[in-house]
Write a protein that binds this ligand. Structure first.
Ligand SMILES: NC(=O)c1ccc[n+]([C@@H]2O[C@H](COP(=O)([O-])OP(=O)(O)OC[C@H]3O[C@@H](n4cnc5c(N)ncnc54)[C@H](O)[C@@H]3O)[C@@H](O)[C@H]2O)c1
Length: 250
């Protein structure tokens, strides 16, 4: 028995970085996945490669901008139509927003809050009715260590990721009675495409503050997300699972 046998998941931003690792792990653990992403050039090839390895169609790539309600309705319908039900949502898509309070523009504030926070809310709003039809479900929302502690930079990002924690708790409170669990994952610094261009100075500073002294591999965060999506975490809801190499412990 695989941890995610019988689960049908939507994973946003599921073609690269953390989302790509989640998609691969979910398939390995028995789930079917509909990836929603805006990488329409690369997404179909990524799904095709995973299906070729699986020897059957277990992954679909669909265009989804998480800030657009109508695109959410479309992808939730596709998951139910193609795989019979929708049990799982991983709200992973996100964009950074690394400016401080005074340097942040209204445009960058709106973009980060819309993708990282509104996208989570729209995903839950759209997918929960399908989970109700499936008899329950599990939602994993992506926060960050920046949703727990101040970093001195990234005003819109920290605000969005802190908002994800409150949104997760309120959804957990609202839907527990319907067997829909909602938890948040808080990665520390992870080796993904978005971090390829961070300055050496910032990287050194982050790693100095990480007891394990290195960045995470995406698969190390995927292990935690598989756990939250699986029945192994059946009594967890409204929780924050921190996977940060000890960054927030010191
Ligand atoms: N990498 C880290 O160190 C780290 C740490 C903590 C939290 N996180 C969070 O984990 C998540 C994934 O991070 P990553 O490092 O893999 O990022 P990434 O930039 O490598 O990948 C992000 C993915 O989201 C997609 N995306 C962006 N905007 C979208 C939109 N509007 N609609 C749909 N998809 C969209 C991108 O196309 C991409 O596939 C993000 O929410 C991020 O904030 C990352």
């Amino acid at each position: 028995m695989n941890a995610l046998d019988g689960k049908v998941a939507i994973i946003t931003g599921g073609t690269q970085g953390l989302g790509g690792a989640y998609t691969e792990a979910f398939i390995r653990h028995g789930a079917c996945v509909v990836i929603g992403d805006v990488r329409d050039e690369e997404g179909p090839d990524f799904a095709a490669r995973l299906n070729a390895t699986a020897g059957t169609v277990r992954v679909l790539y669909e265009h989804l901008d998480v800030t657009k309600a109508e695109e959410w309705s479309r992808i939730a319908g596709i998951a139910e139509a193609r795989f019979g039900r929708l049990t799982t949502l991983v709200n992973n898509a996100g964009v950074p927003g690394r400016d401080g309070i005074e340097d942040t523009t209204e445009e960058s504030w709106a973009r980060t809050i819309n993708v990282d926070l509104k996208g989570c809310w729209l995903g839950m709003k759209t997918c929960i009715p399908a989970m109700r039809r499936a008899g329950g479900g599990a939602i994993v929302n992506t926060s960050s260590t920046s949703g727990l502690v101040g970093t001195g930079r990234g005003a819109p990002y920290c605000s969005a990721k802190g908002g994800v924690v409150a949104l997760t708790k309120t959804a957990a409170a609202q839907y527990g009675a319907e067997n829909i669990r909602v938890n948040a994952v808080h990665p520390g610094l992870v080796d993904t495409p978005r971090n390829k261009n961070i300055s050496d100075e910032w990287r050194r500073e982050m790693l100095r503050g990480t007891p394990l002294g290195r960045m995470a591999r995406p698969d190390e965060i995927a292990n935690a997300v598989v756990f939250l999506a699986s029945d192994a975490s059946s009594f967890m809801t409204g929780s924050s699972l921190i996977v940060d190499g000890g960054m927030t412990a010191i």
